[in-house]
Design a protein around this ligand. Structure first.
Ligand code: SAM
Length: 272
């Protein structure tokens, strides 16, 4: 009989979040595949568990997955752990899952710690519909492009971010999104856990120090009017006037089209 692959979440800070089911599962696994064997071995030592570990990380995941699948097909039960939280969530594991599914291997994900869910539910920002984005690109020009694509999203957006980049990201968010409510959830499940519920403008003004591990929750775009840029309005006015519409009719048409007050559109027309 073929074995199974268990996806085992590991603590994001607080060791007490290792559940009895995680302990039981580790005990029945023939071996554990891990993002970093050193980190998983540290965790196993703290839990007083001895288990064989092999590595399966970002850079060897495809080859390692083939070997792990062969072991499972020969009847072994394997657990996969990333360094913290859920495997596959901004962490390796997805290639291994795909490889297992090619052979109908049973995937058993265990429930457990995950940074963004704690941040989201504690943020005070609407958690009913959200987009988990994970890490933005570190290069500013690429990050801005990503944010441009996200600025119309009407649901809460969840980012992971490193502390040394947080202010660059907050600045770019403010420049692209405008002012929004955010929550910076730091050091979750640890002694210095903190939820900073604030607006982008306020946090940028405060320049307060933000250290530790961070999840950044950003309110969605609620305003239809805000999503229409000045350039879009000007372009539409120009287009209509080029196509022989009188300025008066063009202003009325644009005001109806974008549902914006006629006097505002008129002002924009005179600024072209
Ligand atoms: N797989 C993990 C999960 O399920 O949450 C995420 C791994 S990702 C490589 C690491 C990022 O998760 C960190 O840079 C940080 O943004 C976030 N993170 C992890 N632990 C955290 C904690 N205790 N508090 C706040 N954010 C945390």
């Amino acid at each position: 009989m073929i074995g199974s692959l268990y996806l085992i979440p590991s603590p994001i800070g607080n060791l007490k979040e290792v559940s009895p089911r995680v302990l039981e599962t580790i005990s029945i696994c023939d071996f554990l595949a891990c993002e970093d064997t050193r980190n998983t071995n540290k965790l196993l030592n703290l839990l007083n568990i001895k288990k064989k570990t092999i590595s399966c990380h970002e850079h060897n995941e495809i080859e390692a997955s083939i070997n792990i699948v062969n072991e499972i097909l020969s009847g072994k039960t394997v657990g996969y752990l990333s360094d913290a939280g859920y495997p596959c969530i901004s962490d390796p594991g997805y290639n291994l899952v795909k490889e297992c599914l090619k052979y109908d291997i049973k995937i058993v994900p265990l429930s457990g710690p995950n940074a963004f869910l704690n941040a989201l539910v504690g943020s005070g920002i609407d958690p009913s519909k959200f987009l988990f984005y994970g890490f933005l690109k570190s290069k500013q020009s690429e990050r801005i492009k990503e944010l441009e694509q996200l600025k119309e999203v009407g649901n809460t957006i969840v980012f992971y971010e490193a502390p040394h980049r947080i202010y660059d990201t907050l600045n770019d968010l403010f420049n692209v999104f405008g002012n929004r409510n955010i929550c910076i959830a730091r050091e979750l499940t640890k002694i210095h856990e903190e939820f900073i519920r604030i607006s982008l403008e306020e946090i940028l003004e405060s320049k307060r120090e933000i250290i530790g591990e961070i999840v950044l929750i950003v309110e969605g775009n609620f305003s239809d009017e805000e999503t229409i840029s000045l350039e879009q309005i000007k372009d539409k006015l120009k287009l209509l006037i080029e196509n022989k519409m009188t300025p008066k009719d063009a202003i009325l048409a644009v005001s109806l089209l974008f549902n914006i007050n006629k006097n505002i559109v008129k002002k924009i027309y005179y600024s072209i």
